[in-house]
Design a protein around this ligand. Structure first.
Ligand code: ADP
Length: 587
């Protein structure tokens, strides 16, 4: 049952037996697992999560205070579904896809705060439909039958719902219609409108999942250069407080080369989410200059929703993402934070008195997380287009301890790990992504793309940088014991090169226009210039030039300034020749 569908509740009315926070037990209710039910006199929305004999257990997506035993429970007989159609972009939803602005209006006018229904997409608004099929054509499930300009940035493809049989087109409309007006009618009587419904817990069908081979270019040097994610890939990003989680997420939402961004905020009540709701609409889309919201759908847990709604946020978000993927778009889904969702599972599980697993989390924690990330991928869609859902989940390990169950279980599933590090943030090294702990398992499958589109030796350069940074890590331990001057000269030089890698390459300032987005060509150029310095410097050292002379050449400090040059190509050419000339003049 979606927000827009008629809510007939004829399938059998039960009574509340007990209420324990978001968990309500009902008796005499004729229901199946995952049915959506309306609980109590106020009709709060909930979902059946357990049936034992005559007792049905329901998780309720709204605050249950004041709801008492004896009140009625009505069953809709349908699973939790979302409305899919034009109008989802530029929208901010709560966990059960009620648009927050509509909700606020309704609440203000009627002083209602619970049990409010509001359709996920506007049922009255008219959209300009341009057909792409004509009478006599044959269409199948998933096929695109027309286009609607949804926002200034995105064309919405109207598709035959996946569960339709399909067949010969009888008639086609053109012009302005509401989402429920049939725009294409098939000879078999099936009518295609702009709105579809889909049960959130079910993956939308595709032809096949493919190995992703294109990077989701983020414009962040450390990510693209060292730990790339594929289009259709999965990543986890733990964010201890103050480590730059918000800034990183904004940068990804703005610059990652996804067509659509779905941002799922299953955060703490209040503050965390208000920030997102206030921040996002103000972000500008660097590609078009329009508001970023023109290609973004935001799903956020609101302050009057209990923990159970965090779960529905996640499922609603991934279903919306899959729907845009079906149109052939690359979608980036960001879930913030999956730890809060896991905590919700823990709370519900304990109220159900289930056998607890590690640290009180339910035994099915790993399975649920896996199910979610499984829905990401690079797909061939039913209509023959290719599209992707990349899933980036923020994790908030208490105390930054990565050994806790949510981080550990997530790490077993995702293929990219970007470890935000509070120590780096404290040292003002941003983005504070720890290069020793982070990894990407997509490197091998993405290298051919970088070789072809950026530079043939992209993988070699990366490996060189990783080796230097590794060596620096080992040398630092010695330096802490005996001091830098006790090291042999070649190791001192390695430390110097590593410093340029950290300061000139890995650091990137999200608040400086020229630096906030770094195209892969520039990422490569910075690395390659630092390597030129490295090679020339070691040659000079081998030839007997004292290290102080090498490291004090005028050109060297400019390595840290490439990132902030408008005309970086010329700057890099000049810098490389200056470095070569100045070092070679020493011997
Ligand atoms: P969190 O959300 O993890 O609490 P924020 O994203 O708000 O942390 O970042 C905290 C501060 O760190 C920011 O206000 C900013 O000053 C700094 N910061 C984080 N990332 C960057 C970056 N990429 N470039 C420059 N400064 C950054």
């Amino acid at each position: 049952m979606s927000q827009a569908s008629e809510t007939e509740t004829t399938e059998g009315t039960g009574r509340i037996k007990s209420v324990s926070g978001p968990v309500v037990k009902a008796v005499d209710l004729d229901a199946r697992m995952n049915d959506v039910v309306y609980v109590g006199d106020e009709g709060l929305m909930g979902e059946v999560i357990e049936i034992e004999g005559d007792v049905t257990t329901i998780q309720v997506y709204e605050e249950t205070s004041g709801v008492a035993p004896g009140e009625p429970v009505e069953n809709t007989g349908e699973p939790l579904s979302v409305d899919l159609g034009p109008g989802m972009l530029d929208a901010i939803y709560d966990g059960v896809q009620r648009p927050l602005d509509v909700l606020e209006e309704k609440m203000d006018s009627a002083f209602l705060d619970r049990g409010v229904d509001a359709p996920g997409i506007d049922l009255e608004k008219e959209w300009e439909f341009t057909p792409e099929v004509e009478a006599g054509d044959t269409v199948e499930a998933g096929d695109i039958v027309g286009v609607v300009p949804e926002t200034v940035t995105i064309d919405h493809k109207v598709m035959v719902p996946p569960e339709y049989e399909g067949g010969v087109v009888e008639s086609v409309e053109e012009g302005k219609f509401t989402v429920d007006d049939p725009v294409v009618t098939l000879e078999n009587g099936e009518e295609i409108a702009m709105r579809q419904e889909w049960p959130v817990r079910e993956q939308r069908p595709t032809v096949e999942k493919r190995t992703p081979r294109t990077p989701l270019v983020s414009g962040q040097r450390i990510l693209d250069g060292l730990f790339p994610i594929a289009k259709g890939g999965t990543a986890a990003i733990p964010g201890p407080f103050g480590s730059g989680k918000t800034v990183t997420q904004h940068s990804l939402a703005k610059f990652a080369d996804a067509d659509i961004v779905v941002y799922v905020g299953c955060g703490e009540r209040g503050n965390e989410m208000t920030e997102v709701i206030e921040d996002f609409p103000e972000l500008e889309d660097p590609k078009t200059g329009n508001s970023l919201m023109a290609r973004t759908s935001l799903i956020a847990n609101t302050s009057n929703m209990p923990v159970a709604a965090r779960e529905s946020c996640v499922y609603t978000g991934i279903t919306i993402a899959e729907y845009y993927r079906d149109m052939g778009y690359d979608v980036a889904l960001m879930a913030d934070s999956t730890s809060r969702w896991a905590e919700a599972m823990r709370e519900i599980s304990s109220r159900l008195e289930e056998m607890p697993g590690e640290e009180g989390y339910p035994a099915y924690l790993a399975a649920r997380l896996a199910e979610f990330y499984e829905r990401a991928g690079y797909f061939e869609n039913l209509n023959g287009t290719e599209g992707s859902v990349s899933a980036i989940g923020a994790v908030s390990p208490p105390g930054g301890d990565f050994s806790e169950p949510v981080t550990q279980n997530t790490l077993r599933i995702v293929k990219t790990f970007w470890a935000l590090d509070a120590d780096l943030a404290e040292r003002r090294h941003f983005p504070a992504i720890n290069w020793n702990e982070s990894y990407s398992l997509y490197q091998d499958q993405l290298d051919p793309w970088f070789e072809e589109n950026v530079a043939e030796d992209w993988p070699d350069k990366r490996q060189w940088a990783v080796d230097v940074l590794d060596e620096e890590g080992e040398l630092q331990e010695i330096v802490q014991l005996v001091g830098k001057d006790a090291l042999p000269e070649d190791q001192q030089l390695t430390l110097e090169v590593a410093r340029y890698l950290r300061e000139g390459y890995l650091q990137q300032n999200a608040f400086i226009d020229v630096d906030m987005y770094c195209p892969p060509e520039k990422t490569y150029a910075i690395l390659s210039t630092i390597q030129t310095y490295n090679d020339e410097a070691f040659d000079a050292l081998d030839a007997g030039v004292p290290i102080e002379d090498i490291t004090s050449i005028d050109a060297a400090p400019k390595l840290n300034r490439i990132a902030t040059q408008e005309d970086w190509e010329t700057f890099v050419d000049e810098l490389k020749s200056d470095i070569t000339e100045q070092i070679r003049s020493l011997y």
